[in-house]
Design a protein around this ligand. Structure first.
Ligand SMILES: *Cc1c(COP(=O)(O)O)cnc(C)c1O
Length: 230
């Protein structure tokens, strides 16, 4: 990347961090509590490396092969799997991704557990919840969340660390607020209950179009692609 491209990348990152700070303060928190995950799915390793050098340490990918090769190139970064995960690709991700945001079925949970057991590791995951109710979207139905959390203890290598959601594709900014508020309410509802291997610490919500609203509503992980890399 050229010097001016790096300067532009830097100013976009700084601006986003300022907006996250402001939104966190609006919600009575600090921007330090929010992890900015740079979604690098559209860029090559040199651009991800440039972002890393500017202080971004968390990256999101939605395809297993991309995650694997970028993780190999920049192993010091934390690589998050944010896209739909097919069961036959689980072996490529477990042990590579620090967190899988897109756990959306019991079958997938079983496969992740099996692989993690084979590697003798614990695998942190977020349960993806389909709040917006769009049928083409992945995620478990909010009504099924309790049953899922009740049963997670059977899958001994799995650790549920919170929830993830995607707002409707067509919505931006304020339109996403009810979806984010609902996921935060779901987290609050289950937070104090004790389910084994469940600690509802993270809310992964908000993308380029609506991350400020998400942070105001309690997101502590935002997944931002186009606003960083354009
Ligand atoms: C691509 C993607 C993002 C980032 O979207 P932008 O609009 O580019 O910020 C976030 N989350 C998921 C699951 C994605 O696939």
């Amino acid at each position: 990347m050229s010097y001016s491209q790096i300067e532009e990348l830097k100013s976009r990152i700084v601006e986003i961090q300022q907006k996250i700070d402001r939104a966190a303060r609006n919600g009575g928190r600090s921007g330090k509590d929010v992890t900015l995950i740079a979604v690098s799915k559209t860029v090559d390793i040199s651009q991800a490396q440039a972002a890393f050098d500017l202080g971004i340490h968390d990256f999101g990918e939605n395809r297993t092969q991309e995650l694997k090769s970028k993780q190999q190139a920049i192993p010091q970064a934390n690589w998050h799997m944010i896209g739909r995960l097919q069961t036959n690709k689980v072996k490529d991700i477990v042990g590579k991704a620090v967190l899988i945001h897109s756990l959306d079925s019991w079958h997938l949970a079983q496969e992740i557990n099996k692989r993690a057991q084979n590697l003798n590791i614990e695998m942190p995951v977020l349960l993806q919840v389909n709040i917006s109710g769009e049928t083409q979207k992945a995620g478990v139905d909010p009504a099924d969340v309790r049953g899922f959390l009740d049963s997670v203890g059977e899958l001994t290598a799995l650790r549920v660390k919170g929830f993830m959601t995607m707002a409707s594709l067509s919505s931006a900014g304020e339109e996403s607020r009810p979806v984010f508020a609902e996921l935060a309410a779901l987290r609050d509802k289950f937070k104090e209950k004790s389910f084994s291997q469940v600690e509802l610490k993270y809310l992964s919500m908000g993308m380029s179009q609506d991350y400020e609203v998400a942070v105001e509503e309690g997101a502590n992980m935002v997944r931002i692609g186009s606003a960083i890399f354009t």
